[in-house]
Write a protein that binds this ligand. Structure first.
Ligand code: NAP
Length: 280
């Protein structure tokens, strides 16, 4: 198994290009042990970027993460997200403290605004910077921000401190390649790609299966490798199945050549023109 490629965050921190998602975890207490074991396996294999949110399972996913990272905090880069309605000057601090309590850690590596709400960005940035100064988060970022949102953010004092924008991006959803991705590249802002397997749909895509079979790989592996090979994209697939976790980890061993890239572009082209950012 080759080492995982790494992505450099704006402050120079390196994180693996493949991490672990937790959206549908923490909903059912009976599944928590299995879910935490799948996450812990992913960590064992080096996928130490772990994405969660206060929203997932109403805090339950953060509790699953706590189980998975117990005793190994220093190995893991923990990301959580605040609800837009909790992103105010005081409410963001309280929400972060609740997340830390559920995660049983004293600092988040990255705290994201889950999507844009009504609270002014300046207020959220001020709250994030307060959290950073107090040592409760190491850095902050945003999610589901389109170009206009990022331009507004950059105009706010401290807005350019943003460490990433987590957005929907996978072979079947390439709209960001028109405007958002070039904007982010110009501003050296790495992408965190959510739903990298199209919420599982790419796994059973026939065109992708045919291309993957030619490489001796699975569709999931090709979909993940296509993202991770870009250099500034982190993908956070979710799985509670240990066999899937192992297979996902192997994705970046796949060698990409021009022919495979061309075949993927032909079967999964970006949309014909710019469109608003797609969200889930
Ligand atoms: N910021 C946002 O607004 C936002 C929105 C959505 C998601 N997210 C984040 O992104 C993460 C990933 O997105 P997602 O969970 O929606 O979708 P995803 O990662 O694209 O797909 C997950 C699905 O794929 C299956 N799967 C995973 N690996 C597989 C493999 N090797 N072979 C076959 N099936 C496989 C999983 O089932 P098994 O458990 O059976 O493997 C699960 O059903 C989330 O968990 C969350 O952390 C963020």
């Amino acid at each position: 198994m080759l080492p995982l490629p790494r992505v450099t965050l704006p402050d120079g921190t390196l994180v693996p290009a493949l991490g672990l998602g937790t959206w549908r975890m923490g909903n059912d207490r009976r599944a928590a042990v299995r879910e935490a074991a799948a996450l812990a396996l992913g960590l064992d294999l080096g996928m130490t970027l772990l994405d969660t949110a206060e929203m997932y399972g109403d805090g339950g996913a953060e509790e699953v993460v706590a189980r998975a990272i117990a005793g190994r905090r220093r190995e893991v880069f923990v990301v959580s997200k605040v609800y837009p309605h909790n992103a105010g000057r005081k409410s963001a601090i309280a929400a972060c403290e609740r997340s830390l309590e559920r995660l049983r850690i004293d600092r988040l590596d990255l705290y994201l605004l889950h999507w844009r709400g009504r609270i002014p960005l300046a207020e959220t940035v001020a709250a994030f910077e307060r959290l950073r100064a107090d040592g409760k988060i190491a850095r902050w970022g945003v999610s589901n921000f389109d170009v206009a949102d990022l331009c507004e953010l950059w105009a706010v004092p401290g807005g350019g401190e943003c460490a990433t924008n987590q957005v929907l991006y996978h072979l079947g959803e390439r709209g960001i390649e028109w405007e958002l991705l070039p904007w982010m590249r110009r501003h050296r802002l790495p992408v965190m790609a959510y739903c990298p397997l199209g919420e599982g749909r790419l796994v059973s895509d026939r065109k992708l299966a045919a291309l993957a079979a030619r490489q001796g790989a699975t569709p999931a592996q090709v979909a993940l490798a296509w993202l991770a090979r870009q250099g500034d994209v982190m993908a956070i697939p979710q799985s509670a199945d240990p066999a899937h976790v192992r297979a996902n980890r192997m994705a970046t061993d796949l060698a990409f050549d021009a022919a495979l890239l061309a075949a993927l572009d032909a079967s999964f082209p970006p949309p014909p023109g710019p469109s608003p950012l797609a969200i889930v």
